[in-house]
Design a protein around this ligand. Structure first.
Ligand SMILES: Cc1cc2nc3c(=O)[nH]c(=O)nc-3n(C[C@H](O)[C@H](O)[C@H](O)COP(=O)(O)OP(=O)(O)OC[C@H]3O[C@@H](n4cnc5c(N)ncnc54)[C@H](O)[C@@H]3O)c2cc1C
Length: 331
């Protein structure tokens, strides 16, 4: 079958990879200039900063097997970090928990690797899905072309986007759009900081209490990163939602102040930037693995499905949801 997958994050790439392996002809449409989605790394003069997903855990056997295979291929590694909770410079060692993995040499490396095996059309934003003689046509816009193009027809379409973006594209299937509309995603402002001198904070990752920042991490402590004093901070969901439309320069100032007071350090960075994630993590997921209509041959997957785990908004959910959709397709 001829299948279109919309979105080249981990969910879209996983689903596309599994459908291709079953002999289908799959084309992936991605609005950004490269694959990986929220498993993202921003390249700067100091090196890369993982400003989206920080790490991932593997709880379900199917994902554990996949992570083991990625590790064997040298695509991911363990992040053996010192984790603490932090409040106004005071740290408490975090309890033991599951292993945490990262892609190497940056979080985006996994998506880029998976995309190499597939037909991924980057810089192509899908604006509409239209029913066409029992199949589907896509309206696609590209920055380089003034008018929208039509792609297809396809026998099936997979929507692998954050829930809010999926709702907009699923308008041709109102029942599915309304189901997707029940998932809720929270935003996140990310802070990227580079320092010339060592901060000597004594930890690599910290959950921050009573602060605008909910998390800070020493990015260069992850395996195969360029050495340096590179830190990433994530503002809390509540603070990010309240300040979503603020001027990025003001957000940067406020989050830098929060970083200084959380770490009780006043060292000034030589590099500072912020990034706004409008749809960062699913806070209210759907209690299922994916959406799939076998008659219309249209479906949706992503991290906004609980996918059998408690909680969502994680890389593991995105993977499990995509694998479940590929399986439903084959059934
Ligand atoms: C700040 C932040 C911190 C996080 N921390 C963690 C963490 O520590 N651990 C963890 O497990 N998870 C974390 N996550 C969540 C994790 O990144 C996601 O669960 C996972 O990457 C989702 O993958 P996905 O494929 O479902 O969606 P995405 O990665 O969002 O992929 C969707 C893709 O679709 C593209 N797209 C959107 N609209 C269109 C369109 N109209 N046409 C074409 N393409 C389109 C997007 O550009 C994107 O590439 C974090 C996320 C953020 C933002």
């Amino acid at each position: 079958m001829k299948i279109a997958v919309i979105g080249a994050g981990l969910a879209g790439l996983t689903c596309a990879g599994q459908l291709s392996a079953h002999g289908h002809s799959v084309t992936v449409y991605e609005k950004s200039h490269s694959a990986a989605g929220r498993m993202s790394t921003r390249e700067t003069e100091l090196g890369g900063f993982d400003h989206g997903a920080q790490y991932f855990t593997a709880r379900q056997p199917a994902f554990q097997r996949q992570v083991a295979a990625w590790r064997k291929s040298g695509l991911v590694d363990l992040w053996k970090a010192r984790f603490v909770t932090l409040e106004a410079g005071v740290t408490t060692v975090a309890g033991r928990s599951s292993q945490r993995f990262v892609a190497v040499p940056g979080m985006n490396a996994l998506g880029r690797h998976l995309a190499k095996e597939l037909d991924v059309r980057t810089g192509q934003r899908v604006t509409r899905i239209e029913s066409y003689h029992g199949g589907w046509l896509l309206r696609v816009s590209a920055e380089t072309v003034a008018i929208e193009a039509s792609a297809g027809p396809f026998d099936a379409v997979i929507v692998a986007l954050p829930a809010d973006q999926a709702v907009a594209l699923l308008e041709a299937v109102p029942t599915m759009a309304s189901q997707a509309g029940r998932a809720r995603m929270a935003p996140c402002w990310s802070l990227l900081l580079g320092f010339e001198q060592e901060l000597k904070l004594g930890f690599d990752g910290a959950w921050v209490k009573n602060s605008r920042l909910a998390w800070i991490a020493h990015d260069a402590s992850k395996p195969q990163r360029r050495p340096g004093e590179h830190w990433v901070g994530h503002a809390s969901g509540e603070w990010s939602a309240e300040h979503l439309e603020d001027d990025p320069e003001r957000v940067k100032e406020k989050l830098l102040r929060a970083f200084h007071s959380a770490t009780a350090s006043d060292v000034q960075p030589v590099y500072a930037a912020v990034h706004r994630w409008r749809f960062a993590q699913a806070v209210e997921p759907l209690p299922s693995t994916c959406l799939w209509d076998p008659q219309l041959r249209i479906g949706a997957c992503g991290d906004w499905f609980a996918a059998g785990l408690d909680g969502a908004g994680r890389i593991e959910n995105a993977y499990l949801s995509a694998a479940a959709l590929a399986e439903s397709f084959a059934a």
